[in-house]
Each structure stands twice: as structure tokens, then as C-alpha cells.
Design a protein around this ligand. Structure first.
Ligand code: SAM
Length: 282
């Protein structure tokens, strides 16, 4: 049996009595045209070892198995999906790509240890853990050059706004700075209306694609410092930097002057590179 011979996802859910649960952030995509479109946003995946977090009933997994990826690893917390994903693993494409399903919490998995290169992540993320997962994967890009060739991820649209925001934008903050300093590019792909999901969430979703730089952006310790600086600076985003950075540099005023950054500037208007320079000087 091939992927295209499988029953529609709605009947798969009914047959296996898989009722979505809120605690696991389960909003399923049952429209295979849409899951194919997400997989296309991740192309080219030729030769990549693809990691999908949260396959659920496997709509996006089906699409990923039909790409030119070398293999697919699906990480899922919900054991109830096992019979559905087993069936997917037994399709022609599932066998060819060696679809492997790891049951567990994606937050505790070290993908750099588990998966060989070149890697790519494609996922419709569970919203309750989406941001910590993104930050962990950005950190991975500082641990290993080009740790992921690309990351094609679905979030709530408001989170994609934050990831792609520029200085001065309302959504500009810690997530935009961490992303800009970690990747070569962050491109919004398309929006997905709430009605496309089962059950529909309260908000619109969107896909973002991040492409890695060929080299690590800097030493790993610097990423931690940038996290510290952006947490302090954007924790009090309306305050002047000389005030908001006091918790990490006692004499913030002369520290900022030495870096040629006006101490009266506010975090929301400063470029990502400024936060890198602040972090380097700590
Ligand atoms: N990919 C499927 C789709 O597009 O229909 C499901 C997406 S649903 C938004 C998120 C999935 O992530 C669910 O299947 C849920 O069980 C799973 N999940 C939630 N928390 C997780 C975690 N910490 N680690 C791995 N999977 C998780």
C-alpha cells in the first residue's frame, strides 16, 4: 500500500477513536492539500533527514514521506497515535524512508545526537511548547554549523509576527532578535485559517521558514548571554536601556556609551546586532 491508498484522515481519526486533547495542543490538519503545501514550503528536502514534531494522525507526515527526503523521524508525545503511525510506516514510502516514530517529549530530545546530517525540521507545532522548542533549535544552530538546513514551522500567526519582526515593529522583541542573530533568513510563508483545523483554535496560524547560516553565528556561550540581555531589555521594553539593563550591568550608562549605543535608547528600536554587541561586552 502507498500513502495515496490510505483512507482519508477524518475516517482514520474515527476508526481509531482519536479525540483531540487540548492539553497536548492538538489541532489537527485533515486537509491533505494543505499538508502538501506545508511540505512544499520546506522544499528542497533532497537527501535531508527530516524531523517532524507532533505528527498526530500523520497528515503532514504523509506529505513528508512523498518528498525527496532521505528519512523521516516523527516525535510524538501521544501514544494513542501509535496504530495510525504504524500503518503509515508500513506504506511503500514509509518503508523506503524508514519512517521512525519516537514516542516522548520533543523538549527533552537532543536532535543533534539522535539524527544525522543534513537535518531539516518540519512541524505543525503544539502551541503550548512551540516557543521553547524554537529557542532550543535556535540554540542548536550555535552548537553545530548548519545543524538544521531549514526549519519550516507552523505557529500562531502572532508568534510568526514576533519571529519575523524588524526593529520598530510592534511585534519586535526577544524572539525576533534571537532569530535574526541565529539564522540566515526568516520568511513568512502563508496563513492558515482557524477553520482548517480540527478542532479550530481561537486564532489564525501561519508558517515560517528559517534557513540556517553555513557557519555557527558565534560561540554557544554568546547565545546564552544574548538570551539574558534580551530578557532584561525587552522585559521592560518601554524603559530606556540604561534602566532596563541595570540588573545585568551595574553601570549601564557608561557601558552603553562605550559601545556607542545611546543609554536613552529603548530596546524596541535597536537592531539585533546591538544586542549581540551588548552580550559580547558583558
Ligand atoms: N502534525 C499534526 C497535524 O498537523 O495535524 C498534529 C499537529 S498538533 C498542532 C500538535 C501535535 O504535537 C499533537 O499530535 C500532540 O500530541 C503533539 N505534542 C504535543 N506536545 C508534544 C511534545 N512535547 N513533544 C512531542 N509532541 C508533542
Amino acid at each position: 500500500m502507498n500513502v495515496d491508498d490510505l483512507p482519508p484522515l477524518r475516517s482514520v481519526l474515527a476508526t481509531h477513536d482519536l479525540a483531540p486533547t487540548k492539553a497536548l495542543g492538538q489541532n489537527f490538519l485533515l486537509d491533505l492539500n494543505l499538508t502538501a503545501r506545508i511540505a512544499r514550503s520546506a522544499e528542497p528536502l533532497d537527501g535531508c533527514h527530516v524531523i517532524e514534531v507532533g505528527p498526530g494522525p500523520g497528515g503532514l507526515t504523509r506529505a513528508l514521506l512523498q518528498t525527496r527526503a532521505a528519512s523521516v523521524l516523527a516525535v510524538e508525545k501521544d501514544h494513542r497515535t501509535a496504530p495510525i503511525l504504524d500503518q503509515l510506516a508500513q506504506t511503500g514510502e514509509g518503508v523506503e524512508k524508514g519512517l521512525h516514530v519516537a514516542f516522548g517529549d520533543a523538549l527533552t530530545l537532543d536532535l543533534l545526537q539522535e539524527v544525522s546530517t543534513p537535518r531539516a525540521i518540519v512541524a505543525n507545532l503544539p502551541y503550548n511548547v512551540a516557543t521553547p522548542l524554537l529557542v532550543a533549535w535556535l540554540r542548536d544552530l550555535w552548537r553545530e554549523a548548519g545543524a538544521y538546513r531549514s526549519l519550516t514551522l507552523m505557529f500562531q500567526r502572532e508568534v510568526v509576527d514576533r519571529i519575523t519582526a524588524q526593529p520598530g515593529d510592534k511585534a519586535y522583541g526577544r524572539l525576533g532578535v534571537l532569530t535574526a542573530l541565529s539564522v540566515a533568513s526568516a520568511e513568512r510563508q502563508f496563513d492558515v485559517p482557524a477553520q482548517a483545523f480540527t478542532p479550530p483554535p481561537k486564532v489564525t496560524s501561519a508558517i515560517v521558514r528559517l534557513d540556517a547560516r553555513p557557519e555557527v553565528p558565534g560561540p554557544l556561550a554568546l547565545f546564552a548571554q544574548i538570551e539574558r540581555v534580551t530578557a532584561a531589555a525587552f522585559g521592560q521594553r518601554r524603559k530606556m536601556l540604561r534602566q532596563s539593563l541595570k540588573s545585568i550591568v551595574p553601570d549601564a550608562e557608561s557601558f552603553l556609551e562605550a559601545l556607542n549605543i545611546p543609554p536613552t535608547a529603548r530596546a524596541e528600536e535597536r537592531a539585533p546586532e546591538d544586542f549581540r554587541r551588548i552580550a559580547e561586552a558583558l
